[in-house]
Design a protein around this ligand. Structure first.
Ligand code: AMP
Ligand code: ZN
Ligand code: ZN
Length: 319
């Protein structure tokens, strides 16, 4: 196998373009794909401060690493935020990895521990609220990322959602005929002043297998063990398996879907942009209280949104 660009030793073949790359040219290929995505969808502007949510998994590790490389070209700054969910060994391993990443790219890392914040880790919070762990996890992470980014006056929050994840959500929402849900999968969700920070997904056009290859070829550390809450036979995971198999028989199918979706965005119903603020914490909410305040009220007897916002205000970078 010879690299299609330099003729050197080819290490990877991209089925949807039929190109072969050496290590160096593959890394450059992914980096330029992310850069194009940022420019095409106007995800980041000159002088922005971007909060990167890092879990320690390969996607967000690659995201932080590539954004750092692009930060001088595109002239923006980044800080890393990790939420320690209190999941035993898994969380300890995640912490190690995010420390490592922040040292490699020399960017400030903020760690928020759920147990320090609320006295409860994710499993206890799930039991006390009577809700599934994954849904509690989503609510908690979204709230903390948004509240933290607001405190820091950040321009946006970047997450490591990749093309494979996004395709799964897209097909799932189509099956459920939740067309508004599909429009929320756009690579950029604009924020609302003082209430919600803009969310961006720079890995929108990068397959999960490409991110794994990037992490391995760039020699990046990432958490390899599965989250203890992982369940193999959820609709999401079944869809992921099927879509991945389909894409290997029809290379580029998911990439085409994502690109055409962006072109068709106007044809999808707009998610409601009515601004309603949580009566407790003042952040974005679809009803009187936001989902984080409702969740913590149920689990702890008191809505914690405001308390958490204040604690995040005084958070200092680690290390
Ligand atoms: P997930 O919801 O686990 O699929 O993660 C989606 C994205 O959310 C990741 O790529 C990260 O950018 C971010 N994220 C997930 N877990 C954490 C965490 N514990 N701390 C900070 N950001 C996270
Ligand atoms: Zn090459
Ligand atoms: Zn609230």
């Amino acid at each position: 196998m010879r690299c299609s660009i330099c003729g050197g030793n080819g290490v990877i073949r991209i089925p949807y373009s039929r190109r072969i790359y050496c290590r160096r040219h593959f890394l450059e290929f992914i980096e330029s794909k992310v850069e194009r995505c940022i420019r095409r969808y106007r995800l980041i502007r000159n002088g922005d401060l971007v909060v990167v949510g890092v879990s320690g998994g390969k996607d967000s590790v690659v995201l932080a690493y590539v954004l750092d490389k692009l930060s001088s070209v595109l002239d923006f700054d980044l800080i890393l935020l990790h939420v320690d969910l209190g999941l035993g060994v898994y969380s300890i391993e995640s912490r190690d990895v995010v420390y490592w990443v922040s040292r490699v790219i020399r960017k400030p890392l903020y760690i928020v521990s759920l147990r320090d914040l609320l006295g409860y880790g994710l499993p206890e919070l799930a039991i006390a609220s009577g809700r599934p762990m994954c849904s509690v996890c989503g609510i908690v992470k979204r709230f903390i990322l948004n509240a933290f980014a607001l405190e820091k006056n950040a321009s946006s929050i970047a997450t490591g959602h990749n093309l494979t994840d996004i395709s799964v959500y897209m097909v799932k929402e189509f099956l459920r005929q939740n067309l508004e849900g599909i429009s929320k999968l756009y690579p950029r969700i604009d924020g609302i002043d003082g209430v919600a920070v803009t969310r961006i997904r720079p890995l929108f056009e990068v397959y999960e297998w490409e991110l794994k290859a990037y992490a391995d070829l760039a020699g990046l550390r990432y958490v390899r063990t599965r989250c203890p809450g992982y369940e193999p036979f959820t609709l999401d995971n079944n869809l992921k398996q099927m879509l991945t198999a389909l894409d290997s028989k029809h290379p580029g199918l998911l990439l085409m879907m994502a690109r055409r979706f962006v072109k068709n965005i106007e044809k999808y119903p707009n998610p409601s942009r009515e601004v309603s603020k949580c009566s407790v914490c003042g952040l974005l909410s679809s009803s009187d209280k936001c989902s984080f305040c409702r969740l913590t009220e149920k689990a702890l007897g008191k809505p914690m949104g405001m308390v958490v916002r204040e604690k995040l205000r005084s958070l200092r970078p680690t290390g």
